[in-house]
Design a protein. Structure first.
Length: 240
């Protein structure tokens, strides 16, 4: 789709092992993408979210920083993996495809790409990342644990970044102004990161043990992949 896609393919080939490596890959994506690439604006927001998480870890702002850092890396690698699969002609999850296939659609607003990417990433990838992190750290994703409190504590910081993005990215993909009134106002106002992180689908993101989650997920893997794509449709009406 873009002449620099080979650079993005190379950057996302090897999974990150630390938050600094996650940030390095995200900066490569940001520096490679032109303004007319919708991927740039989801990555722009996600880079700032990840930097905020690293800053808080370094400041001693979490009870279990190792767990939170591992979750951050597991989560980011799912984004990189979906992007890499799409760039190499494979079948990435439908919710991600909904964004990747529109990367060059200039009638779409930058904030639409940012929020649609967050929607796909949180609804589809966050449960996978929580399960992988709990397995690696021998913990169980239950309310009341130190891990849950760390998970919940970052929400206020993330909400501030989302609010900033809603203002900074409220232009068309190429930077020209949006119509004074459009459907997009309702979409932006209605989207909540806190709601998406906690209870966006059939299984709230942090309830129950990972064993119960895996028992639920196994026979419904197709539904789990398709569900966020159906939710993503509201993000993609062009801003005429």
């Amino acid at each position: 789709m873009f002449p620099y896609d080979a650079q993005l393919t190379a950057a996302t080939q090897t999974p990150a092992r630390s938050i600094p490596q996650v940030l390095e890959i995200m900066r490569t994506i940001e520096n490679s993408c032109i303004d007319g690439d919708g991927l740039k604006w989801f990555n722009w927001l996600y880079l700032r979210v990840t930097q905020a998480v690293e800053d808080r870890i370094n400041a001693g702002g979490f009870t279990d920083p190792r767990w939170l850092a591992d979750l951050d890396v597991q989560f980011a690698n799912l984004y990189f993996s979906s992007l890499h699969v799409s760039l190499t002609g494979g079948d990435s999850p439908g919710c991600w495809d909904a964004m990747f296939e529109r990367r060059n659609q200039t009638t779409v607003a930058r904030i639409q790409f940012a929020l649609a990417g967050m929607n796909a990433h949180i609804n589809h990838d966050l449960p996978e990342a929580i399960v992988a992190t709990c397995k690696a750290m021998n913990t169980v994703p239950q309310h009341g644990t130190s891990q849950y409190h760390d998970y919940a504590a970052i929400t206020s910081t993330l909400n501030g970044l989302i609010d900033t993005a809603k203002k900074a990215l409220r232009v068309r993909l190429l930077g020209d102004p949006l119509p004074p009134i459009s459907h997009l106002e309702d979409t932006i106002a209605a989207w909540s990161l806190a709601t998406a992180r906690e209870k966006p689908g059939p299984v709230p993101r942090f309830y129950g043990s990972y064993r119960a989650f895996l028992r639920w997920r196994q026979p419904l893997s197709i539904r789990w992949t398709d569900l966020p794509r159906s939710r993503a449709r509201r993000f993609w009406c062009p801003c005429q």
